[in-house]
Design a protein. Sequence first.
Length: 323
Amino acid sequence: MTRSFAITHTGGAEQFEARDAALTDPAPGEIRLHQRAIGLNFIDIYQRTGLYPVALPAVLGIEAAGIIEAIGPGVEHLAVGDRVAYAGELGAYAEARNLPAWRAVRVPASLTDAEAATALARGIAAHMLQTEVFAVGAATTALVHSAAGGLGSLLVRGAKLRGAVVIATVGSAAKAAIARAHGADHVIVGRDADFAAEVRALTGGRGVDVAYDGVGGTTLARTLACVRPFGTVASFGQSAGPIPPIAVEDLGPRRSLVLARPSVMHYMADPATYRRAAAAVLDAALGSSLGPSLGRSYRLADLAAAHRDLEAGATTGSAYLVP
């Protein structure tokens, strides 16, 4: 028997229900994984609330790390006992699970279970945002919102490794210290700060080359005012709620902006892309340059509390669950 946590209706964190069931043998091309740590991501909240629809009932969670317990027919590149991690496959809120073998990536011994469980989804998202959406380099000035969070801190460190100047926004003085520790050159503090005016002042009125906005809500419209002509705004989340409609005239021709709305789930859906990006993320983590910044751990049984803390902005770094 294994325990998982499912939702049958969208809504608040109280929607999670514990379920005990026996797992079937892995199907062809699958493995069964005993999970040791499970990553928490904002997409889990979007799915729980119905902002990103999923078929119900559903076990949420998209990444974890653990030990392979069984392999199905046709799986030749993995073996029972291998320590692996995965991302992009719904159903992680469980003690054990079956999943497609192509998702499983062997974990280096130097990474802990918690690091492995939180490395891939955010790491691949940062890789996508800073290589595919906008190629960050030494001449880049970047704006990173929520820079003390799991993905925000990766975006700060990734941009600094590529030689960029980073302007970060955070909600508190404590989070400002975290952003600075990760290398941010300038930090704008306060949820109500006029960050557009501060960005203009910091860039001599020019604006940044690229802005990373996972906040959504009314923040995205204000972020447009932070970017130079022909610069890029990457909108990849909405922790502050749904994004009001944006008219095409808000992008150009006067501003001449590029607005990207990339999905890391779609990016990870292609096996070749996923495995290439996962390898790059793990290589960076091994070099201690872009490893995950771990946050608080929660027991899997305390999933509802973990969701409430994440939703309230009460976490820093990459929070995770322990079965």
